[in-house]
Write a protein that binds this ligand. Structure first.
Ligand code: FMN
Length: 178
């Protein structure tokens, strides 16, 4: 069947969900889920996500020039869902969702303690792409929970959340090989 033009991305799914954490100029933390997320370069390490330009996340990044891409596991799905609500600017989703701020090593934006992997990023570019902006960041430090990586990412244990659409998420239950 032909898809209406605004529905095409619904079948580019599932997409890995990330929680992007930032901080305002006044020091108030922010966290929001994003699934328009992709690696752009391995060396130098660059990650990108596409956002509505009016999101608080983008407002904060324009001011502080940094952000953290946090990878959530199955256990914090309910908290992620709370972070997607439209709170007023400078209302912290960390407090609303009961997430724990952890100081980052290299950037002002805090990490989310409950997440399984973290990419501390310095802003590279914000590029207008249609109705979204593409935010690219140079990863200055990447880390993953010790028990989830042993030469290979243990995805069945990590259970990263894959966004299907609306309130529907999946986790990888089967690994197949060619
Ligand atoms: C799983 C999930 C994925 C989302 N992905 C995106 C995305 O890639 N880009 C976007 O602009 N909004 C996305 N949203 C919506 C934002 O998370 C939501 O509007 C949020 O309130 C923005 O927060 P902020 O204003 O604090 O930045 C997503 C929501 C959910 C639940």
């Amino acid at each position: 069947m032909k898809l209406k033009s605004e529905l095409w991305y619904k079948v580019l799914a599932p997409r890995p969900a990330a929680l992007v954490s930032t901080v305002s100029a006044n020091g108030i933390s922010n966290a929001a889920p994003f699934s328009f997320v992709m690696p752009c370069s391995i060396e130098p390490p660059i990650v990108a996500f596409a956002s509505d330009p009016d999101h608080d996340t983008v407002k904060n990044i324009r001011k502080t020039k940094d952000f953290v891409v946090n990878i959530p596991g199955k256990g914090i799905l309910k908290k992620l869902w709370i972070c997607a609500k439209a709170f007023d600017y400078e209302v912290s989703e960390f407090e609303k969702a009961g997430l724990t701020e952890e100081k980052s090593k290299n950037v002002k934006s805090p990490k989310i303690k409950e997440c399984i992997a973290h990419f501390e990023c310095r802003l590279k570019d914000i590029i207008r792409t249609g109705d979204h902006v593409l935010v690219t960041g140079k990863i200055v430090e990447a880390s993953v929970r010790d028990d989830l990586y042993n030469g290979k990412y243990n995805i069945k244990k990590a259970k990263p959340l894959m966004h299907i659409g609306g309130p529907d998420f999946g986790i990888v239950s089967e690994i197949i090989n060619p």
